[in-house]
Ligand binder design. Sequence first.
Ligand code: MN
Length: 233
Amino acid sequence: MTQNLLFDAPMPPVIPIKGEARAFPVRRIFCVGRNYAAHAAEMGNEVDREAPFYFTKSAHALCLSGAQIAYPLGTQDCHYEMELVVAMGGDAFHISKERALDAIFGYACGIDLTRRDLQAAAKDKRRPWDLGKDFENAAIIAPITKAGAFGTPGPQPITLSHNGERVQEALLSDMVWSVPELIAHLSQFYHLRPGDLIYTGTPAGVGPIMPGSELLGEIEDLEAVHITVAPKE
Ligand code: MN
């Protein structure tokens, strides 16, 4: 018997899929920290060569490409971070890096919005990053391209333009931990399942958005991600 619910349960957020009528329902959002050496350096950190590290965002932080968002609450310094997003289509639990790519449904361009001032305050006090990372519209994503239509992450350029100016530029092969290595590692701590997303880290060149900002993020052979920030009233 189905339990009666006190209020209507929200549907999971869904992402359009290129060339597919059905949409991708989102389960969990994992994000990788410091996965490009030049970005770690610009933040005053060194890359940890021992193991990658992660934080999470609520699925309800998702925002689809094409939206106009309000300037985020409670911050004076909200940054863009352009990232490759991996969309899981299979189970991965203690998976080897040789088999990890088989569990991927597809890939998308994404932007990890970060309230940098709140993240920095949390770091100073050795507190969690949630206020800096997990908030409404903080996980921006473009339509998903199926893995077979993209290939394997490697030599593709990843770029972000802010108000028409190129601010981030790297190759996916610049990642410290490759996509198969990330999935193999993360699957030792979580049973990854279809619907899980992994934001794989940002290259150097992060910076602040402003009211009226336009962001355009591109990765070769994927759908671009584009948002605008509402102008000052
Ligand atoms: Mn990030």
